[in-house]
Design a protein. Structure first.
Length: 621
């Protein structure tokens, strides 16, 4: 019955197409694409640097994002669980979408960035700021948009092999092929590490921290015509890791396996009436912790119509998620619910200087009330010349997060009466460009009501409650440039964020937390990335700064993790012979052999090395 509903939903209801390069055919004009950024006027969508992604091909998405964006990852050790914290929010407040489908864990409420390999992703964009009206539940701090695509018109074969410190090996193969109306791409990868690095605090080898990850992606697209096409995407990822213990513990035995099946099929039709997109999806997330399996299955169907009417860019969308949780620790070992989302987006340019966007979203969730979510954004071009631009922007939004399945259904602890977390957010910014120099400055503030926290109750049993109000505010600066000095190209970028994320309301038992910074939320974060290119040689250096992080609700300096600066360096060369390209690259991680922690008590490796070799064969059709 579920399969029948899924198929019916696929053909009657939509999903997002984050990046549209094909033209939308209208009666009087041709409009080339309605990209995702169009409906996020007033905020920023920043792509992951392509060179950084290529040089860090075997790394997790969490590691790479931390090089470019001023975000913090609560990482429980090298290769272990990594949760993102954006703009002073928790890991549950960032939405991760793959080809338009939310892939956060619906039991934990967050994505584990340590098992999102960069090798599996063709495109990564980061939307910084609140966006629940656009991306649904949990998009308080930001959203990470990842996509995979079939062949782009050329037949390619890419092979990569890496070897690194502490028994780390990575292999991948990607083949893409285009024939007539068919485009196909297959990507397979495997990563393993003994992860037995010397713990700098003790001098002993890290025990029980080995991990392995492998996966396959298959992307297929068939074009009936230039205006009608269907695409299929499948991603299987398998991870097996020993859970790294705290420093000094030698008898750890915990193990976790993650098995993720992700499937989507999408039909797109372009006509004089606009773009019609129909999507179906299936997500099966299984976690086996110490041989105890549990999982969440989701069926997704969605429909979207996008068109231009009287110069208004308009999108209407409906989405259905059917969620089945099969976890032994739930009441009766089972949980089930349906979620519906109805969204309307309008974008309008008023002259050549002013752009406005309005997003309206109404969620419907089984057994409790979900709020109405508006988003209003504006941009105004103060100055526009060939080499000089100044643009101001701003947005206002209401956001929400549905309590996780664990929050509501955990046996003898879950609370089905929890309210959704809601927030009101505002941001304003200015973008400045002078030639190749670009500077972006953003101020943001967000008040979150009914913040859910697990607190001890009777007999010391922890239970989730809506107990806090949190205010997150701050500012961000981003600078990038491109300089050419004779034959040398220099590409520097820098970003800095200051964030105050404090408790403003709390129950009597937690009054001591009022005005305190949230745990694992540094006030100061910064990143720097400089790439140098000369002929067939390139080198880059990254710097990552995280300020003091409190690990207790009372903000005791005695238990805080100190600030640190982490440096990495790489250099490489490529050779081209006819249709063949060879790349060789060597990297040094943690150049200064710094002893630091991202989560209290979990060691991170000191200085270590990596050697990368890549071969690519390209044939034009």
């Amino acid at each position: 019955m579920k399969a029948i509903l899924f198929l019916l939903g696929t053909w009657t209801t939509t999903a997002g197409w984050a990046q549209q390069n094909e033209p939308t055919l209208l009666k009087p004009i041709t409009v080339y694409g309605l990209p995702e950024e169009k409906y996020l006027t007033g905020s920023s969508v920043v792509p992951l640097d392509s060179a950084l992604k290529a040089h860090e091909h075997s790394r997790s998405l969490g590691e790479i994002l931390a090089y470019q964006f001023p975000v913090y990852f609560r990482t429980y050790g090298n290769g272990m669980l990594a949760g993102i914290s954006m703009r002073g929010t928790s890991p549950q407040h960032t939405a991760v979408l793959w080809n338009g489908i939310n892939i956060n864990s619906f039991s934990l409420g967050q994505a584990d960035f340590s098992i999102l390999p960069a090798a599996a992703l063709d495109e990564v964009k980061v939307h910084e700021g609140a966006g629940s009206a656009r991306y649904g539940s949990g998009a308080f701090g930001g959203s990470v948009l990842i996509n995979s695509y079939p062949s782009s018109g050329k037949n390619n074969l890419t092979l990569a092999q890496e070897a690194g410190s502490f028994g780390r090996y990575f292999s991948s193969a990607t083949a893409s092929y285009t024939l007539n109306r068919w485009s196909l791409k297959t990507n397979i990868y495997n990563l393993s590490s003994q992860n037995n690095f010397p713990v700098l605090a003790t001098g002993e080898r890290q025990p029980h921290a080995a991990f392995r990850q492998s996966g396959i992606l298959q992307d297929i697209e068939y074009k009936w015509s230039e205006s009608k096409m269907v695409s299929l995407h499948y991603w299987y990822h398998n991870a097996d890791r020993d859970i790294q213990p705290t420093i000094g513990q030698q008898n750890a035995t915990d193990n976790q396996q993650d098995r993720n099946h992700r499937f989507s099929i999408q039909y797109r039709s372009y006509s004089r009436y606009g773009l019609l997109s129909l999507t179906g999806g299936y997500i099966n997330d299984v976690i086996v912790y110490n041989n105890n399996p549990g999982g969440v299955i989701r069926w997704v169907s969605a429909a979207r119509h996008e068109f231009v009417w009287a110069s208004f860019h308009t999108q209407v969308r409906a989405e259905w998620n059917h969620i089945i949780g099969n976890i032994a620790n739930y009441q009766n070992g089972h949980a089930q619910e349906d979620r519906y989302d109805f969204t309307s987006s309008i974008q309008k340019n008023l002259g050549e200087r002013l752009s406005l966007t309005l997003n309206l979203r109404q969620p419907v969730v089984s057994r409790f009330q979900a709020p109405f979510l508006p988003y209003l954004g504006a941009e105004f071009m103060l100055l526009k010349k060939a080499r000089h631009e100044i643009k101001i922007r701003g947005s206002l939004s209401k956001n929400y997060r549905v309590p996780t399945l664990n929050d509501r259904y955990w046996q003898n602890a879950g609370n089905k009466n929890l309210l959704p977390e809601t927030s009101h957010a505002a941001e304003a910014g200015i973008n400045y460009r002078l030639g190749s120099l670009e500077i972006s400055n953003t101020w943001f503030a967000q008040k979150v009501d009914d913040w859910i926290q697990w607190v001890p109750g009777q007999a010391g049993v922890y239970r989730p409650q809506n107990i806090e109000q949190v205010l997150a505010k701050g500012m961000e600066v981003r600078i990038s440039s491109r300089q050419k000095i004779n034959e040398v190209i220099l590409l520097p970028s820098f970003s800095y964020q200051f964030t105050q994320s404090t408790t403003t309301q709390a129950p009597a038992s937690l009054q001591y937390t009022l005005g305190k910074q949230l745990i694992y939320t540094p006030q100061h974060t910064a990143t720097g990335f400089v790439q140098l290119v000369w002929r067939k040689f390139s080198s880059d250096i990254t710097a990552q700064y995280n300020g003091l992080r409190y690990t207790d609700l009372g903000n005791s300096d005695a238990y805080a993790l100190p600030a640190y600066v982490l440096f990495n360096f790489s250099m490489g060369k490529f050779w081209v012979s006819h249709q063949h390209r060879f790349d060789l690259r060597v990297s040094i991680k943690n150049i200064s052999n710094l002893d630091y922690q991202l989560y209290a008590g979990r060691a991170m490796p000191g200085r270590h090395y990596n050697l990368q070799f890549t071969y690519q064969l390209t044939k034009s059709n």
